[in-house]
Design a protein around this ligand. Structure first.
Ligand code: PLP
Length: 396
């Protein structure tokens, strides 16, 4: 058939997303040629520990409710059940000292979806995206045909770009802290600089706090801990990395009630968008998410977070001992290191695979400033992390 429809030509501007497929290809080829070698995977960005008991018990109970005519539920509310919105608001209040009203919280099936969908409600603005960073910001704005400028993260600024030198106004600015892939986390002062810039320039910050639970020390977990944020920021967060929900799917976006631009309330636009294109997160999942934020649930999920951060600390210590430059490793499940002898990211990938049988993630896959850097993840087991450290200790 000779179809006459036009396709979205912005898709041809997307870079081929070959990062994880190329990693898999090289790993398989090495495995085939060296079947006796034991490969350790430190490339995964996915959690590996199971859901905690508080969560699975709540989900089992919710499944039972779905099996009875009296307690069955159909479509979930588009913005989330009140019980979960209230539980998230309480988490912010009790853990982060941030007051939110439950109806400023919009529950969704993933931070990836929200990050990717939020451009729907904005017009023709220049978008500022850190480099390196989680690739979804760039790809979703490229699909939407937006003008994109990069914020340089590098060794000099510790992979935490600042607004210094920005002259324009009306930007949409993505900030990810703790950052994937670099693990770098903004201080209160660093994040406040962005808020002040956004307020002054009439810009909007989209703050991705998916790794908030990994923060150790006095860093902001939520942008709303800082003065001025309610007038210029949206926050997107997720149950994926705090509670192991990567396969279960539940997240949230916070839009302050008064946040407004162009005479329009941003929350109202998002409500309209979600009500049209989204039909809510399953009841069973929302009950599980609610349980993750209960006192018992939080104690249990934070045990898993500690397991991962202890792994990260072991990796970070080795790099410190070796005098290798790195970021992350303390407030993040990721350790971001400089490749040895100025190697390129993919050359270092091959070097580690062939000499230490370790698979990591080449930094170049997260933006051009990631070239020459490499991401190791702490989502593996303690045993494999310790073995990897032993191998790296001999090699580096
Ligand atoms: N934001 C960042 C920075 C991430 O690294 C990820 C996943 O790796 C996500 C969002 C996606 O989260 P979710 O599983 O809720 O879609």
């Amino acid at each position: 058939m000779n179809m006459k429809i036009k396709v979205n030509t912005n898709f041809s501007k997307l870079k081929e997303s070959y990062l994880f497929s190329e990693i898999g290809k090289r790993e398989r080829a090495y495995r085939a040629a060296n079947p006796e070698k034991k490969i350790i995977k430190l490339g995964i960005g996915d959690v590996t520990l199971p859901l905690c008991e508080a969560v699975t018990t709540a989900m089992h109970n919710a499944v039972d409710e779905m099996a009875s005519k009296a307690t069955f539920r159909g479509y979930a509310p588009e913005y989330g059940y009140d019980f979960l919105r209230v539980a998230i608001a309480s988490y912010y209040k009790n853990k982060l000292g941030v007051s939110l009203s439950a109806d400023e919280i919009y529950v969704s099936d993933g931070a990836k979806s929200d990050v990717g969908n939020i451009p729907d409600i904005f017009g023709d603005n220049t978008v500022l995206i850190p480099d390196p960073v989680y690739p979804v910001y760039l790809d979703s704005n490229t699909m939407a045909g937006r003008r994109i400028e990069f914020l340089d993260g590098n060794k000099e600024n510790g992979f935490l770009p600042t607004p210094d030198g920005l002259k324009g106004e009306g930007y949409i600015i993505y900030i990810c802290s703790p950052n994937n892939p670099t693990g770098a986390v903004y201080t209160r002062e660093g994040l406040k600089e962005w808020i002040d810039f956004a307020v002054k320039s009439g810009s909007l910050i989209i703050f991705d706090s998916a790794y908030e639970a990994y923060i150790k020390g006095d860093y902001p977990h939520s942008i709303f801990e800082l003065e001025g944020a309610r007038s210029c920021a949206i926050e997107i967060s997720s149950f994926s990395k705090i509670a192991g929900f990567t396969g279960t799917r539940c997240a949230w976006t916070i839009i302050p009630d008064e946040l407004e631009s162009d005479g329009k309330l941003i929350g109202k636009l998002w409500k309209r968008r979600q009500a049209t294109k989204f039909n809510g997160v399953p009841y069973v999942v929302q009950r599980g998410a609610e349980a993750a934020l209960s006192d018992t649930g939080l104690a249990q999920v934070m045990e898993s977070v500690k397991y991962y951060t202890d792994n990260a600390a072991v990796l970070a210590k080795l790099l410190s001992d070796k005098g290798i430059f790195y970021t992350g490793g303390t407030s993040s499940p990721y350790v971001w290191l400089e490749c040895r002898n100025s190697m390129k990211s993919w050359d270092f990938f091959d070097f580690l695979l062939e000499t230490a049988n370790i698979v990591g993630t080449p930094g170049a896959g997260f933006g051009s400033n990631g070239e020459g850097f490499f991401r190791l993840s702490s989502f593996g087991s303690r045993e494999s992390t310790l073995e990897a450290v032993e191998r790296l200790n001999k090699l580096l």
